[in-house]
Ligand binder design. Structure first.
Ligand code: SF4
Ligand code: SF4
Ligand code: FES
Length: 314
């Protein structure tokens, strides 16, 4: 590993900008060179840039200990917490003489520079039914049940998983899809041994769990090490399948679902086994997905063109 040493300098290429009149990010990448001290993390360098070059550079942080989830950004294109990202590791991965790229999270609307607007998270949280425990507090809570929930409770709400998920990042399905962070929250409630609420209908319909195709990108970037896909999303998908698509437990519901053409990616295996109709639904879903991707790249091209025109007229 490359170690930072005294008197070494480092150049950060930082996004500076604000939203334009359409709400799209508009700005430029600015290079700043500062001294690097041993043991620094990315957030330290940002603070040094603020102190020495750009006091108006906006970034959000609170704890500097990986606990508050405020300092999320994209460093060298990878979503990370700036306070937990060691400069030694960043130097290690950055080609020599190349600047280190620091940008805000790309999935969320830009507020300014490295700060994004994540208020969507608060709105989504409000839509989730809270825990509904027993009337009489006469219960036994086993350690293994506590351990299972503890993983979910370690979420620091940094939103790095949401920023990484293609359903949000490329397709902007913030209304239709709860995203990995909130599947973690839903799993913590659904798997709570004392909870009596049934959120499976909402998880299927309102929170759109079928849009998740288990790419595991969210799990890879989670700084809390939560196995989002394997321990939260897949068990929730299994519960949806059991409630809606199990022909033995729910024969009428299953027929209704198939007849109405509702398709969930998680039924792929089930569909192959039992019903050729699901193949048609899968093809339709794929075609819809292609349409959505074409629409997303059209919007992206138009946005780039608008930015170019603005640059030309500057
Ligand atoms: S596993 Fe699902 S939630 Fe996670 S990034 Fe992939 S599509 Fe998104
Ligand atoms: S699940 Fe992990 S990545 Fe997602 S918000 Fe929580 S801590 Fe951050
Ligand atoms: S400042 Fe709190 S997680 Fe980075």
């Amino acid at each position: 590993m490359r170690k930072s040493s005294m008197n070494e300098k480092v150049t950060f290429r930082v996004f500076r900008g604000e939203p334009d009149e359409d709400g799209d990010p508009f700005g430029e990448l600015v290079d700043y060179t500062v001294d690097l001290d041993e043991g620094m993390v990315v957030l330290d360098v940002i603070h040094r840039i603020q102190a020495e070059h750009a006091p108006d550079l906006s970034c959000r942080w609170n704890c500097k200990a990986g606990k508050c989830g405020s300092c999320s950004a994209e460093v060298n294109g990878k979503p990370r917490l700036m306070c937990m990202t060691r400069m030694d590791d960043i130097l290690d991965e950055t080609p020599k003489d190349q600047p280190i790229l620091v940008k805000p999270m790309q999935a969320f609307p830009l507020t300014k520079d490295l700060v994004t607007d994540t208020s969507w998270a608060y709105e989504t949280d409000k839509k989730i039914s809270p825990i509904n425990g027993p009337e009489v507090p006469d219960w036994t809570f086993y350690q293994q049940e506590a351990d299972r929930l503890q993983e979910f409770r370690s979420c620091i709400e940094c939103m790095l998983c949401v920023n990484t998920c293609h359903v949000m990042r490329e397709h902007k399905m913030f209304e239709e899809f709860a995203g990995p962070r909130f599947f973690v929250r839903l799993a913590s409630l659904e798997m709570h041994p004392l909870d009596t609420e049934n959120r499976i209908p909402e998880i299927k319909e309102d929170f759109g769990i079928g849009y998740c195709n288990i790419t595991r990108c969210c799990t890879e970037v989670c700084p809390a090490g939560i196995q989002i896909t394997d321990n939260a999303i897949i068990p929730l998908k299994e519960r949806v399948v059991t409630d809606y698509y199990d022909p033995i437990l729910n024969p009428i519901g299953t027929m209704k679902e198939l007849a109405s053409g509702v398709f969930s990616v998680v039924t792929e295996k089930f569909g192959r086994k039992s019903d050729p109709g699901n193949l048609t639904m899968a093809k339709d879903a794929l075609a819809n997905e292609k349409d959505r991707m074409a629409e997303a790249s059209k919007i992206e091209r138009e946005r780039t063109e608008r930015a170019r025109q603005r640059n030309r007229s500057k």
